[in-house]
Design a binder for this molecule. Structure first.
Ligand SMILES: O=C(O)c1cc(=O)[nH]c(=O)n1[C@@H]1O[C@H](COP(=O)(O)O)[C@@H](O)[C@H]1O
Length: 276
């Protein structure tokens, strides 16, 4: 998917919501456990209830890998089910020496090889240029590079000062722009770091940012939107648990749909206020 197509969808749905499919067999409603594929059945109902309010879906790959071969099958079926207009993110946080990264890229981008055809994959920058660029060989596919993450441990490395007093995450954003343009590269910035967004926009004014951490992690959608939005929105704000486990009863899909709609209504307000 191109950047323009993503922005078109945002304008159409008046939303920049990404629903995180962090589907945990131990958390889904009990009544689904009799299904042949409970994980897919849960995702199917969540997608049906939320797709009119969401522009993207982000299956977190750990939740599927933990189920072994069955999990990959649920993931493949989920990918087939997600409406074609939606942007898809393999939240896999990959990155390795070049030839291995090439295989990771095939795993998520090359349908003929793996059966999966994601639009994007999250990548850790720690191993540098040759660990990231193999993902960029696939046209219209995106790398979403971890920059400033939402978790407490982000400060252990990401905020370290370099010789020129720049922080490590700032150098990740600067250096990675030598590898790809904003047509193929996004950054992860946690919603819990909204106070840094004005500064981050000086480093990456045009890029889309994937912003997890609203909902269960307590980040503010209003602050993220106010400080992070640019002229083509430039934001995909993810909520996983806050939507998919809003109810863990038989009405889970209906309640997830209501939660997604609440977020969309708020986003519509911010698009009117802050789209520059
Ligand atoms: O790359 C991510 O998606 C990610 C980066 C980050 O900094 N923080 C973060 O929470 N995430 C992911 O975003 C999702 C957040 O889930 P909730 O806190 O339940 O909304 C999880 O799948 C996390 O793995």
């Amino acid at each position: 998917m191109t950047k323009a197509q993503l922005f078109d969808q945002i304008k159409q749905k008046k939303s920049y919501l990404c629903v995180g499919l962090d589907t945990d067999i131990q958390k889904i409603p009990q009544h689904l456990l009799v299904e042949k594929d409970p994980i897919f059945e849960f995702n199917r109902q969540i997608i049906d209830a939320t797709h009119q309010f969401a522009v993207a879906y982000k299956p977190n790959i750990a939740f599927y890998e933990a189920m072994g071969a069955k999990g990959w099958e649920s993931l493949q079926k989920t990918m087939e089910y997600i409406p074609k207009e939606c942007f898809t993110i393999a939240d896999a946080k990959r990155g390795d020496i070049g030839n291995t990264s090439g295989l990771y890229a095939r795993a998520f981008f090359d349908k003929n090889s793996s059966g999966l055809d994601f639009d994007s994959v999250t990548v850790a920058p720690y191993m540098g240029a040759d660990s990231v660029t193999p993902f960029l060989d696939f046209p219209n596919k995106w790398v979403i590079l971890l920059a400033l993450t939402s978790n407490g441990g982000s400060k252990d490395f990401q905020n370290l000062r370099l010789e020129d007093n720049k922080q490590l995450f700032e150098e990740v954003i600067r250096k990675s722009q030598e590898w790809a343009t904003d047509e193929q590269l996004m950054y992860v910035v946690g919603a819990t770091k909204a106070d840094m967004l004005t500064h981050i926009r000086t480093l990456a004014p045009e890029h889309f940012l994937l912003v997890p951490g609203v909902g269960a992690q307590g980040g503010s959608l209003e602050e993220v939107s106010k400080y992070g939005m640019n002229s083509h929105c430039g934001l995909l704000v993810n909520s996983s648990r806050g939507i998919i486990y809003a109810s863990t009863d038989k009405d889970f899909a209906k309640v997830a749909g209501e939660e997604a709609q609440k977020v969309q209504v708020e986003m519509e307000k911010y698009l009117n206020l802050y789209l520059s």
